[in-house]
Write a protein that binds this ligand. Sequence first.
Ligand code: DHK
Length: 162
Amino acid sequence: MAKARKLAAKDGKQASKAGKPVIYVLNGPNLNMLGLRQPEIYGRDTLADVEKLCHKAGTRLGLAVDFRQSNLEGELVTWIQQARTKAAGIVLNAGAYTHTSVALLDALNAAETPCVEVHLSNIHRRENFRHHSYISLAAKGMICGFGPKGYVLALEALADIV
Ligand code: DHK
C-alpha cells in the first residue's frame, strides 16, 4: 500500500471510494470562466471540458475524481482541510491564489496529502508576479504550459504515488 493511503488508514481516512483512491481536483478563482476568458492564454476548452477529461483519465487510472471550483479562498482552504481525511491526493490549480495565498500553503502543509500543482499556461513566460508560487512550497511537483492536458499528467503522477 502506498504511503499516502497507509497514512490515511492510520487516520481512519475514507480516502477511497469503491476501492479507488479519491483525488480532489480543485480549481480556484476565474477558472469557471475558461473558454471565454483570454482564450489566447487559457485556450477554448471550458471547465466542463476539463472535468470530462479528468473523469476519463480517472477511469483509466483507477482513481475516483472529485472535481470542484471556487472563487473563494476560504472555500478552497476548507476543501484542502477535508482532503486530509477524504482524499488520497490533490490536483490543484489555485488560479491567482497561487501567487498570493499563505492560507492555501498552510492548508496543504496541514493536509499531509500529496498535491500536484497545475497551471494551464506557462506561468514562467508571463508577468513576473506569476513566477512565484506559494503552492510549489508544498506540492510534490508542478505542471504548467500544457493546457488541460496538464490535469491528466498530474493525475498520472498521483496514480504512481497514492
Ligand atoms: C490560472 C490563473 O487564473 C492565473 O491567475 C495564474 C493559472 C495561472 C493557469 O495558467 O491555469 O497565474
